[in-house]
Ligand binder design. Structure first.
Ligand SMILES: [Zn+2]
Length: 104
Protein backbone atom coordinates (compact mmCIF):
# COMPACT_ATOMS: atom_id res chain seq x y z
CA UNK A 1 0.00 0.00 0.00
CA UNK A 2 1.31 3.47 -0.79
CA UNK A 3 2.04 5.90 2.00
CA UNK A 4 -0.17 8.95 2.30
CA UNK A 5 1.89 11.80 0.76
CA UNK A 6 0.15 14.51 2.76
CA UNK A 7 0.63 12.85 6.13
CA UNK A 8 4.21 11.84 5.42
CA UNK A 9 5.06 15.34 4.26
CA UNK A 10 3.47 16.96 7.28
CA UNK A 11 5.20 14.66 9.75
CA UNK A 12 8.54 15.01 8.01
CA UNK A 13 8.27 18.74 8.31
CA UNK A 14 7.48 18.47 12.00
CA UNK A 15 10.45 16.14 12.55
CA UNK A 16 12.72 18.47 10.63
CA UNK A 17 11.71 21.39 12.81
CA UNK A 18 12.37 19.31 15.91
CA UNK A 19 15.83 18.40 14.68
CA UNK A 20 16.54 22.01 13.83
CA UNK A 21 15.45 23.11 17.29
CA UNK A 22 17.70 20.49 18.87
CA UNK A 23 20.60 21.55 16.69
CA UNK A 24 20.03 25.15 17.69
CA UNK A 25 19.98 24.21 21.36
CA UNK A 26 23.15 22.18 21.00
CA UNK A 27 24.84 25.13 19.34
CA UNK A 28 23.92 27.37 22.24
CA UNK A 29 25.30 24.83 24.69
CA UNK A 30 28.38 24.18 22.58
CA UNK A 31 27.41 20.54 22.37
CA UNK A 32 27.95 18.14 19.52
CA UNK A 33 24.94 17.58 17.38
CA UNK A 34 24.74 15.78 14.12
CA UNK A 35 21.74 16.73 12.11
CA UNK A 36 20.31 13.72 10.31
CA UNK A 37 20.36 13.89 6.56
CA UNK A 38 17.24 15.27 4.92
CA UNK A 39 16.76 12.02 3.12
CA UNK A 40 16.76 10.07 6.36
CA UNK A 41 14.29 12.28 8.17
CA UNK A 42 10.98 10.53 8.28
CA UNK A 43 12.16 7.69 6.10
CA UNK A 44 10.61 5.28 8.56
CA UNK A 45 7.28 7.07 8.75
CA UNK A 46 4.41 4.95 7.61
CA UNK A 47 0.95 6.09 6.77
CA UNK A 48 -0.32 3.30 4.56
CA UNK A 49 -3.48 4.11 2.67
CA UNK A 50 -6.35 1.74 2.28
CA UNK A 51 -7.47 0.56 -1.13
CA UNK A 52 -11.09 0.85 -2.08
CA UNK A 53 -11.28 -1.99 -4.63
CA UNK A 54 -14.54 -0.83 -6.20
CA UNK A 55 -13.20 2.60 -7.21
CA UNK A 56 -9.46 1.73 -7.31
CA UNK A 57 -8.84 4.73 -5.12
CA UNK A 58 -6.68 4.85 -2.02
CA UNK A 59 -7.99 6.38 1.17
CA UNK A 60 -6.00 7.82 4.05
CA UNK A 61 -7.78 7.27 7.32
CA UNK A 62 -5.72 9.96 8.98
CA UNK A 63 -6.32 13.00 6.77
CA UNK A 64 -9.05 11.73 4.49
CA UNK A 65 -7.06 11.97 1.26
CA UNK A 66 -8.77 10.05 -1.51
CA UNK A 67 -6.77 9.47 -4.66
CA UNK A 68 -5.64 7.04 -7.33
CA UNK A 69 -2.09 5.74 -7.35
CA UNK A 70 -1.17 8.25 -10.07
CA UNK A 71 -2.60 11.12 -8.09
CA UNK A 72 -0.68 10.02 -5.02
CA UNK A 73 2.59 10.18 -6.98
CA UNK A 74 1.54 13.54 -8.35
CA UNK A 75 0.82 14.99 -4.93
CA UNK A 76 4.09 13.68 -3.58
CA UNK A 77 5.97 15.27 -6.49
CA UNK A 78 4.24 18.58 -6.01
CA UNK A 79 4.90 18.65 -2.28
CA UNK A 80 8.58 17.85 -2.80
CA UNK A 81 8.83 20.41 -5.56
CA UNK A 82 7.31 23.09 -3.40
CA UNK A 83 10.00 22.41 -0.81
CA UNK A 84 12.85 22.59 -3.29
CA UNK A 85 11.60 25.72 -5.03
CA UNK A 86 11.48 27.43 -1.68
CA UNK A 87 15.12 26.56 -1.08
CA UNK A 88 16.05 27.59 -4.63
CA UNK A 89 14.48 30.98 -4.11
CA UNK A 90 16.46 31.53 -0.95
CA UNK A 91 19.58 30.60 -2.81
CA UNK A 92 18.76 32.94 -5.69
CA UNK A 93 18.21 35.76 -3.30
CA UNK A 94 21.53 35.13 -1.59
CA UNK A 95 23.30 35.07 -4.92
CA UNK A 96 21.62 38.27 -6.02
CA UNK A 97 22.53 39.94 -2.76
CA UNK A 98 26.16 38.92 -3.01
CA UNK A 99 26.34 40.09 -6.61
CA UNK A 100 24.80 43.44 -5.86
CA UNK A 101 27.30 43.91 -3.09
CA UNK A 102 30.15 43.23 -5.47
CA UNK A 103 28.85 45.78 -7.95
CA UNK A 104 29.00 48.59 -5.46
ZN1 LIG B 1 -3.05 11.25 5.05
Amino acid sequence: MPNCPECTFRERKKLKMQFEAEAEKAREEDAEYVMPHDRDIGSDLEYPMKLDPSTKHFICKRCGLYATREQIFDIRDKLNQRESTKEDKQYDYLEWWQKSKKDK
